[in-house]
Write a protein that binds this ligand. Sequence first.
Ligand SMILES: NC(=O)c1ccc[n+]([C@@H]2O[C@H](COP(=O)([O-])OP(=O)(O)OC[C@H]3O[C@@H](n4cnc5c(N)ncnc54)[C@H](O)[C@@H]3O)[C@@H](O)[C@H]2O)c1
Ligand SMILES: [Zn+2]
Length: 359
Amino acid sequence: MFVPLYDSLKELKSSVKLVIGQDDQLFSGLYEKLEPFEKVVFLIDSNVYQHWKTRIDEEFCRYGERGIRFLVGSGEASKRFGFYRDLIENFLRAGVTHDSAVVVVGGGTLGNVGGFVASTFQRGIALFQVPTTLMAQVDAMIDFKHAINLNDAKNQVGTYFEPNLILVNPAFLRSLPRREMSSGAAEILKHGMTHDLRLLDLASDAKDSGEFESLVAATIKSKADLLSRRGEDWYSEMAMQYGHAIGHAVEHESGHSLNHGEAISIGMVATSHLTKHLLGHDLIKEHRGIFEDWGLPTSCLIPLHRVLCAMVHDKHSVGNSIRIGLLSRLGQLSRHEEEDYGFLVSIKDVRASLLNFFS
Ligand SMILES: NC(=O)c1ccc[n+]([C@@H]2O[C@H](COP(=O)([O-])OP(=O)(O)OC[C@H]3O[C@@H](n4cnc5c(N)ncnc54)[C@H](O)[C@@H]3O)[C@@H](O)[C@H]2O)c1
Ligand SMILES: [Zn+2]
């Protein structure tokens, strides 16, 4: 049974349905939605398969000869161009056509690459997403952005492409390692910090109770609201990217030993230091404490010059400056008369503010 969270995201002019599934039916209602397709290609994260093998096999068997599946290793390595090309070649060999559908079962990494494959294979085939990490359920797959990395540069090649369905079932989170839960929480805290304070309380409750359904549902709604503002001003973009300009640089320079959520946690805390004089000591401390409560890192030993260098090469840099969202208080971004909510901060000023933050 589907429990509709939204009938449709009307604000986004989208036909996507977001649903919260059932504990006992991991893929509740998916089969019926996939009936019209000649072939159904499952891209399954190999770790997810290990944990949910019996249930995934049961679901897959229902498709008989129409079903094709690929087990895919996780991690940033799967966002490589070579990996994308291998998948496309495998699709061709397996006889996937324009009348087929792709079902992605995995986290944000596989979601990104699977979405990119679906959106480009034969100019786009139907895409169904089943996010299995907290990060993907609340943020990475609640978007129509798909991308792969080019060499070292993150998300350089990508598309905007609407999935037919995003099936969100928090039951998958039961097998998610604690470190990955915290990583996903970093994106929830990002939404809380920038535009929806209520999420900070809900996140704290969920951490204590271990019940994540309401938090997942509230964060999806919050992100959908934000997306519906896209294009009006810089608010939506800057809120979604809060902490990411520095965070992406940290993620890159850590050699991906820090995962995405950990890196943006450091990025958000560092970003708050850019306006230390305005926010004040107490608020900076409270802001950092919220990430620490989740066991997220809030500092690192990467030298500042390496972080700055990586920031200049990020796709969001504008010459020797970065466009960045800054908090005026918890739950609200600052607005500047001319720069709107996207402040252009020079790398020189970033260096001056973060001298004591990085080593
Ligand atoms: N497009 C966007 O808007 C957007 C937003 C945020 C993040 N992202 C991208 O998402 C990626 C990170 O996503 P992620 O954090 O989901 O990482 P991930 O997909 O790499 O998953 C993290 C780990 O958890 C494992 N895993 C997944 N589901 C599991 C489950 N249910 N049980 C046990 N293990 C499970 C995976 O195998 C992997 O080892 C990054 O590449 C980031 O850039 C994109
Ligand atoms: Zn992110």
